[in-house]
Design a protein around this ligand. Structure first.
Ligand SMILES: NC(=O)c1ccc[n+]([C@@H]2O[C@H](COP(=O)([O-])OP(=O)(O)OC[C@H]3O[C@@H](n4cnc5c(N)ncnc54)[C@H](OP(=O)(O)O)[C@@H]3O)[C@@H](O)[C@H]2O)c1
Length: 273
């Protein structure tokens, strides 16, 4: 049985929906008290034996403070949730011999060379990425090998706030501004789910999967791809320049380990499909 920690997250919710369609049995947790979820707040000291039934064989870790701004605006809270609590949970799961899938981010290579491979040195800059690195280190340095780390690029879905704002403005023929000097390496939500499902199926040992698009595109080009996908007029997309002081140089990674899953980095234009 699979247990999704953070079942209301963008990825966790979609994963649960995919499992439901294919009759895969799963549990899903949230801090919400809705009956469809197992109640679980990472930062409270709950009895894990009451949360994780004895038939759980795989846990997908989707929960946490996931925006760069929420991590940097309250570093101590985000450290408690994203590092201390996740490490405590991982230590419990290791004791139970459960397969662990940790969703990390391409941001751990923020200041690295482009197309860093899975084993390359990581250089996080943001607090979010630094916290991801600390959990990666915890897994990698343990003697336990029954886990995978999946480093996702920006996951795009129609409900991604920026994409839904752009879509509704473009649909009502309003102009949108998109940065031409900030880059991303987007993958579709479907692609992220496919990577996770194949890892669940294969359960590779101590594996790390970089999972980004094949190359970077600017947010301006992302907006043009969205117009193309929605069959809307390109003329409402206006280029703008960000004056952000730090612009990450490395979004697209070398994703050679994806071949172990029979997958490869998708073209960024496929991120809406
Ligand atoms: N989406 C992306 O583009 C992307 C890219 C790279 C990596 N990732 C990683 O993939 C994972 C899933 O991302 P996502 O975008 O799907 O997440 P998300 O939509 O931002 O959701 C995060 C979830 O964490 C849960 N959460 C927050 N604090 C919690 C706490 N104290 N205890 C328990 N649950 C808590 C919240 O659920 P409740 O409020 O219901 O408890 C929320 O639904 C994250 O680890 C993220 O860092 C995502």
């Amino acid at each position: 049985m699979i247990f999704i920690v953070g079942g209301s997250s963008l990825i966790g919710y979609a994963l649960a929906a995919k499992f439901s369609q294919s009759s895969v049995k799963y549990y899903s947790s949230s801090r919400s008290i809705r009956s469809s979820y197992v109640y679980f707040d990472l930062s409270s000291h709950l009895d894990y034996d009451l949360i994780f039934p004895s038939d759980v064989t795989t846990v997908v870790l989707c929960a946490g403070l996931t925006s760069f701004s929420s991590c940097s605006s309250d570093p101590s809270l985000s450290y408690n949730v994203n590092v201390t609590s996740i490490k405590r949970l991982i230590s419990y799961l290791i004791g139970r011999g459960i397969y662990i899938i940790f969703l990390s981010s391409n941001a751990v290579f923020e200041a690295s060379l482009a197309f860093s491979h899975e084993d390359a040195p990581r250089h996080p800059v943001s607090i979010y990425a630094y916290q991801k690195c600390l959990v990666e280190n915890y897994l990698i340095s343990s003697t336990y090998s029954y886990y995978s780390i999946i480093r996702l690029g920006k996951v795009i879905s129609r409900s991604t706030p920026l994409i839904s704002q752009w879509s509704s403005s473009l649909a009502s023929c309003k102009q949108i501004k998109a940065f031409s000097n900030i880059y991303t390496s987007p993958i579709s939500l479907d692609f992220a789910l496919e990577v996770i499902c194949r890892v669940i199926f294969l359960k590779p040992s101590a594996a790390v999967f970089n999972s980004t698009a094949s190359h970077d595109i600017s947010f301006y080009f992302l907006a043009l791809h969205l117009c193309n996908y929605l069959n809307l007029n390109f003329k409402n997309v206006v280029q703008s320049i960000s004056d952000q002081s730090y612009i990450p140089t490395c979004n697209s990674l070398s994703c050679s380990n994806l071949s172990l899953l029979d997958l490869y980095s998708p073209d960024p234009s496929n991120c809406f499909s």
